[in-house]
Each structure stands twice: as structure tokens, then as C-alpha cells.
Design a protein around this ligand. Structure first.
Ligand code: SF4
Ligand code: SF4
Length: 374
């Protein structure tokens, strides 16, 4: 802790990355999906011409990386066209995909468009459990084929495993699979408990012993694979003593755009009450980045309460996650309860204590309770 409370507005650099959530449509239904519980419908999605304009605006603003994600970004037929525009504008292009529809024809179109990198998500290494978690029979086999296509095309591959109590025992096998697939990077990321993940928390939250075993596995693999494969590791906040620097700080490095065009400081920001998020249909990207009230609300440190305001980590973790603070305390402006210094930290331990011996059934992602998928 530091006694200093001096503040200065951080210099406003351009966003490093634009995260384009192209659609909430997806052939899978993962019960931890980072999409909001209220999903956007296809008919409301941003049109191609607006996306093309936004890509040009992003390049002019100084954005370096374009991340095309979803839902399943391949559900958008115009994805190769958008990748081409981004590549022509000298943006680094990445697609984050479930891979189940990445056939040879689409792979060739993406290569021709200039794609730089593909991040492929897996639900497990055991096909039956992977398909059960994702809610789609045959999905795992199609992902393996997609991984092979990506590597045969000469693209760098990141293999992304979202882990939780129903697959965490197989982290060693996940790392072996990533290595066998020729991935240059592997992400072992615990579920984050927002949106669908929060709804399914008891079905997903691992035990402390499972987390510790996984951490030891990852550290050993990092030593073994040094120079061959980078391993990113994301731990669950519920066992943390300090929070993550969510989005590297609110509105500091990334702009997120929802399928309907709303500009957000993070993908879960629409869960926060009292905000109006403007659309890139109506407002230029540069104006949103520099002056939109929603982006200014939690940028920097001036908004922080104690204990963050006088803490020497306030420009390291930026007080943690605003959406988690709201989800667990009802107030987005409080210190993230993941921090042991937060007056609300006990809610984390209470959630762990309430975790049952056997996981309850998943509540699968769906468009609405009145319109279930499957
Ligand atoms: S987490 Fe699962 S359901 Fe959500 S977008 Fe990714 S693959 Fe689709
Ligand atoms: S959340 Fe706040 S109190 Fe906790 S370490 Fe970060 S800045 Fe300090």
C-alpha cells in the first residue's frame, strides 16, 4: 500500500485491439459462454458496409489488432471480406472460433483474405464429454480436423481450453493435444464467472485442490515446452488474493463491439445498469474512444474507492473487474471482491463453501427461456 492519492489522467493511447463480436449465433451452447445472457438476434446484427467503415476507422485511430469473435464469427458470411479489409488496412487479424464450420473452402478463403492467426477453442480432450459440454454431437472431431487445416495452411494456431470442474482432470492431456496439434500457443483458462458462467457457477467451479494440481501441471509443462509452445494460464478469481487487470483496465487498451454495434469497454459491460452504450452506426469510433461517457466512467484511477485509491497496485490491476463487482455486490464502483483487501471479499469464500459435492446439471446457453435451443 502507498499513502499517495495523487492522480493524473493517463495519457490516452489508441486502443491496441478491437474485439469484434460479429454475432451471438453459434452451433455450440457452452454453459460458460462469455456472451451475455440476453443474446442479440441475427436480424439486428451490424451490416457489412458499417463493419467495413468501422475497420477503416479503427485503422485510422491507430488500432493494431482485429479480433473477430462471437458467438461463432464464421456464421457471418462476410467474414472473409472483413478480414481482407482489415488486412489491407495493415491490421493484425485474428479469428477466435469453435472451428466446427471451418471447412477447406472457408480456410482457403480466409488465407486468401490475409488472415494472420486463428484461435481454436476446445471443450475437452474426451470427445464425448467435449460434445456434451458444447451441446453439439460430433463437434470435437470437427475441431480436430479444423486444427489440422489451420496448421496445413501454415497459420499459427492457439489451442484454447476453457477449464472447470467437469474437465479439469484432463489438463495434462489438453497440453499434450495442443503440442501434438503443433500449436504455438495454448491457453488454459478457467471459466470466468460472468453471464452464463455465473449462472452455472456451481456446475463449473473447481475445488482448491483441483486448482493447485492444475497450476503445478501448467508450471511443469511450461518448463518442458519452453521455446516450443507458450502457455497462457488464467486462474479463477474465487481462489485469488488479488484481481486480474480486467481488459488491461477499463477503456485503456481495447474496444469491444457487440453484434448490433454497441461500443463497449468490455464484453460484459452491458450487464451494468445505468449505462447507455452508443452504436458505431451513429458515432465515429475515435469519438467513442476519446470522449464517450461510458468509456470515461471507469478509465484511470479517479473513480476508485478505498482501498484501491491508496493502493500501490491501482495502476496494475485497475481495481479488477467492474462487471464482477456489480454481479457480486450490486455496485460496479466497488473494489472487485476477488481482492483480499476488498470489504466484500468474503462473498468469494461463501460461493466456494456453497459449492456442492456433485455438480448440478448445466443450464445451456440459449437465445431466451421462451425460445430454447435444443
Ligand atoms: S463459448 Fe461456446 S457457445 Fe459461446 S461462442 Fe464460444 S463456442 Fe459458441
Ligand atoms: S483491487 Fe484495489 S485494493 Fe485490491 S490490489 Fe487492486 S488496487 Fe489494490
Amino acid at each position: 500500500m502507498s499513502a499517495s492519492t495523487s492522480e493524473s489522467a493517463p495519457p490516452l493511447a489508441p486502443p491496441m485491439g478491437l474485439i469484434a463480436e460479429m454475432t451471438h449465433r453459434c452451433p455450440l451452447r457452452c454453459p460458460y459462454c462469455s456472451n451475455p445472457v440476453a443474446l442479440d438476434r441475427a436480424g439486428d446484427e451490424l451490416d457489412t458496409d458499417t463493419w467495413l467503415r468501422v475497420l477503416d476507422e479503427a485503422a485510422a485511430l491507430g488500432v493494431l489488432q482485429m479480433h473477430f469473435t462471437g458467438g461463432e464469427p464464421l456464421a457471418r458470411r462476410d467474414l472473409p471480406l472483413l478480414v481482407r479489409r482489415a488486412a489491407d488496412a495493415q491490421l493484425y487479424t485474428n479469428i477466435i472460433t469453435s472451428g466446427v464450420t471451418l471447412d477447406e473452402r472457408m480456410m482457403a478463403r480466409l488465407i486468401e483474405a490475409g488472415i494472420d492467426h486463428i484461435q481454436l477453442s476446445f471443450q475437452d480432450v474426451e470427445a464425448a464429454n467435449a460434445d456434451r459440454i458444447g451441446g453439439l454431437a460430433g463437434a470435437h472431431g470437427r475441431k480436430l480436423a479444423a486444427a489440422q487445416r489451420i496448421r496445413e495452411a501454415g497459420l499459427p494456431l492457439t489451442a484454447n481450453f476453457v477449464i472447470h470442474r467437469q474437465n479439469i482432470a484432463r489438463v495434462p492431456a489438453m497440453l499434450e493435444l495442443a503440442e501434438a496439434l503443433g500449436a504455438s500457443r495454448s491457453e488454459i483458462a478457467h471459466v470466468q464467472y460472468y453471464g452464463w458462467g455465473l449462472r452455472n457457477r456451481d456446475a463449473l467451479l473447481p475445488s482448491r485442490a483441483e486448482l493447485d494440481a492444475t497450476t503445478a501441471t501448467v508450471e511443469a509443462a511450461r518448463a518442458r515446452l519452453k521455446g516450443r509452445m507458450v502457455i497462457d494460464y488464467v486462474v479463477p478469481d474465487y481462489y485469488a488474493a488479488r484481481p486480474k487487470a480486467c481488459m488491461s483496465g477499463w477503456a485503456q487498451r481495447f474496444i469491444h463491439i457487440s453484434p448490433t454495434g454497441r461500443a463497449l469497454p468490455c464484453h460484459a459491460a452491458e450487464s451494468l445498469p445505468g449505462f447507455t452504450f452508443v452504436s458505431v452506426r451513429d458515432v465515429p469510433l475515435a469519438d467513442i474512444w476519446r470522449a464517450d461517457p461510458a468509456f470515461l466512467r471507469f478509465r484511470g484511477t479517479a473513480w476508485m474507492p478505498e482501498p484501491c485509491q491508496s493502493c500501490d497496485r491501482r495502476e496494475i490491476d485497475w481495481g479488477g473487474c467492474r462487471c464482477q463487482a456489480f454481479a457480486l455486490t450490486g455496485d460496479a464502483a466497488r473494489t472487485d471482491p476477488a481482492c483480499a483487501l476488498s470489504p466484500d471479499h468474503a462473498v468469494m469464500a461463501a460461493a466456494v463453501a456453497a459449492r456442492g459435492e456433485a455438480p448440478p446439471d448445466f443450464v445451456y446457453r440459449q437465445f431466451s427461456a421462451a425460445d430454447p435451443v435444443g
